[in-house]
Ligand binder design. Structure first.
Ligand SMILES: [Mg+2]
Length: 358
């Protein structure tokens, strides 16, 4: 490998919340399990592999999850337990490098090009990290090893759970060409659908499109897609991201046209946001409701308090902001909620640097 090539790991715990629950309660082992709210109102925060076989996924409304898998066991989240495990894995990472960029409680990028043991092979580091995590927490992690973040993340997902996969520079081209578009990080369900309509199903298809064409279709993201189709991703592993805001949003396949649907969906997004906030150990003073219409026009409405918002305040303000959204009947394709003016109790802990996508 040339000296310019980086060694990047992406370590991702397997069904993290659900695995912690199964570890701590033997009765839950081997069973379909959802961590999250109640059947009626809540959202699935995490699903065990047994539950995933039935199509249960995180961020799915619990009522739908229950329909897919009637024997599903719902467990309330225990964030203290997850944070504890998260701290333990973070300590393992830091034995090797300080260039650790957490994406959430249970996954992080590590730049091990230079590392504290002067180990030559990133694969050896990944093997050790997986073993140490297992020893310390009793949980399994999947490791992806490559020369940039995009490929490392794809590699960690490749043979989950307990996965281990390397994408070398000589492999990457073939690997990306075969990759279904849904597997590209940053391509959500709705974008994937749009790509399908443009005849893009795999990396090969994506690579055939010009940068100009992709930008025209997907805006700023077009350039990103153009580059990753070629295995190019120069984003650095950044350990110093400080969260200023935290949000949750959803894009809908079919536009929402009634206020009742808006309320229902805002309630779901609020629940997800509230969980993320408690997960982060922080809180914000402002709440913004973002709405994108079917024609991609976007409007936002915000409210700022002098104190940090409580969960209850977030719920009521979100619905209050909805009152200021005109022309719902025109059709709404995206709803987002974001807290900003974010403050955290302890700037040291890695748990705060959360970023979620779904
Ligand atoms: Mg995970």
């Amino acid at each position: 490998m040339s000296e310019n090539i980086r060694k990047i790991l992406h370590i991702d715990m397997d069904a993290f919340y659900a695995s912690v629950e199964q570890r701590d309660n033997p009765e839950l082992r081997g069973k379909p399990l959802a961590v999250g709210g109640s059947k009626e109102r809540g959202v699935v925060a995490a699903a065990s592999y047994e539950a995933r076989k039935y199509g249960v996924k995180s961020a799915m409304p619990s009522s739908i999850a229950y329909r897919k898998c009637p024997q599903l066991i719902f467990v309330k989240p225990r964030f203290d337990a997850y944070k504890e495990a998260s701290k333990q894995i973070r300590e393992v990472f830091e034995e090797y490098t300080d260039l650790v960029e957490p994406l959430s409680l249970d996954e992080a990028y590590l730049d091990v090009t230079e590392n504290k043991f002067d180990m030559e092979f990133a694969m050896d580091i990944a093997t050790e990290i997986k073993q140490k995590i297992k020893d310390k927490t009793g949980l399994t992690a999947s490791a992806g090893i490559s020369y940039n973040k995009f490929l490392a993340k794809i590699a960690s997902d490749y043979n989950k759970p307990d996965g281990f996969y390397v994408i070398t520079p000589s492999m990457s081209e073939k690997f990306i060409e075969k990759l279904p578009i849904e597997k590209f990080f940053g391509v959500g369900k709705v974008t994937a659908k749009k790509m399908h309509l443009k005849g893009i199903f795999t990396g090969t298809n994506l690579k055939r499109k010009s940068e100009q064409q992709l930008t025209q279709w997907f805006g700023k993201a077009g350039k990103y897609y153009y580059n990753i189709a070629r295995g190019i991703d120069n984003r650095v592993v950044n350990p110093n991201r400080i969260r200023k805001s935290l949000g949750a949003e959803r894009t809908y396949e079919h536009d929402i046209t009634t206020k009742e649907e808006m309320i229902e969906n805002i309630n779901l997004i609020t629940e997800i946001l509230v969980k993320r906030i408690s997960n982060s150990g922080g809180a914000g003073k402002s709440l913004t409701l973002k709405v994108k219409y079917g024609d991609f026009k976007q409007i936002t409405r915000s409210k700022t308090l002098t104190e940090l918002l409580s969960n209850q305040q977030i719920k009521s303000i979100a619905l209050h902001l909805l009152e200021a959204i005109p022309n719902i009947e025109k059709g709404i394709r995206l709803i987002g909620l974001q807290t900003s003016n974010f403050e955290q109790e302890n700037k040291d802990v890695f748990l705060e640097q959360l970023e979620f996508e779904f």
